[in-house]
Write a protein that binds this ligand. Structure first.
Ligand code: B30
Ligand code: ZN
Length: 261
């Protein structure tokens, strides 16, 4: 895992364009969503998640987030409907979060950030043979984004925070089988959708973004457990707390954000 990019002063989002020129491309993510400027689209149906087979495998620290990986060898865990022409397979989910305070999400709404953002990453296995191939295609990926705001304890997030001590360091990984990410969804699946990119290098412009309007509530204490993770490896002398691992909003460049209702 030799990443030469990160979220620090030297290697952070404002320098990514040097190694990844697409950082200045025409469909970069995240963006600031302005609800009044989104076009309501009657043809946009509901999104449907089918995660009930609980195909999670493991949880790991990849040096920029904590990631739960799923078995994506068949269509047991998929998202469909909404802007999607076919089912997209769940590959992984991960989070972005801040330090102290309200910022931490990647997408913002009318300029306002949230404490954290959850990304459920899916790929188009109808059109593409592998995740890698899909991740470079304009309709290859569908990422479901969910805002986390601070408030009461989230009833199911402890399933994840309970095992974070096992993946404190970059490169660490532990079993995490049978988790159903449906428990992390808000009650309403109303959404905004637009065409964008991966929010980390390689920043491929391959993502159909689906951002849920309703945030989920998590406690400050639960978010604090994410901030005990480290960007650095166990044998590294410097310990860098994993926080502020979000890219700020990028230019909209004439793109249309559509609203499901
Ligand atoms: S996001 O949802 O837009 N934040 C990737 C997937 C989703 C997003 C960002 C990136 C992705 O697939 N990246 C390439 C895979 N990674 C593997 C990894 O996660 O370890 C390779 C890499 O980044 O170069 Cu570090
Ligand atoms: Zn992400």
């Amino acid at each position: 895992t030799g990443h030469h990019w990160g979220y620090g002063k030297e290697d952070g989002p404002s320098s990514w364009y040097r190694n990844y020129p697409v950082a200045e491309g025409n469909r970069q993510s995240p963006i600031d969503i302005v609800p009044n400027e989104a076009s309501h689209d009657r043809d946009l149906g509901p999104i449907m998640t089918n995660y009930d087979h609980c195909t999670s495998i493991n949880i790991s620290n990849n040096g920029h987030s904590v990631v739960v990986e799923f078995n994506d060898s068949d269509d047991r865990s998929v998202i469909k409907g909404g802007p999607l022409d076919n089912p997209y397979r769940l590959k992984q989910f991960h989070f972005h979060w801040g330090g102290k305070g309200h910022e931490g999400s990647e997408h913002t709404v009318s300029g306002e950030g949230f404490a954290s953002e959850l990304h459920l990453v899916h790929w188009n296995a109808v059109k593409y043979k592998t995740y890698g191939e899909a991740s470079t295609a304009p309709d290859g990926l569908a990422v479901l984004g969910i805002f986390l705001e601070t408030g009461d304890d989230h009833r199911w997030l402890h399933m994840i925070t309970d095992v974070l001590y096992m993946v404190k360091y970059k490169g660490s990984i532990t079993d995490f089988k049978g988790f159903n990410p449906n428990c992390l969804l808000p009650s309403s699946l109303h959404y905004w959708t637009y065409l964008g990119s991966l929010t980390t290098p390689p920043l491929h412009e391959s993502v159909i973004w689906i951002i849920l309007k309703e945030p989920i509530e998590v406690s400050e204490k639960q978010l604090g457990m994410f901030r005990m993770l480290l960007f650095t490896e166990e044998d590294d002398d410097q310990k860098m707390r994993m926080e502020n691992n979000f890219r700020p909003p990028q230019p909209i460049k004439g793109r249309r954000v559509r609203s499901s209702n």
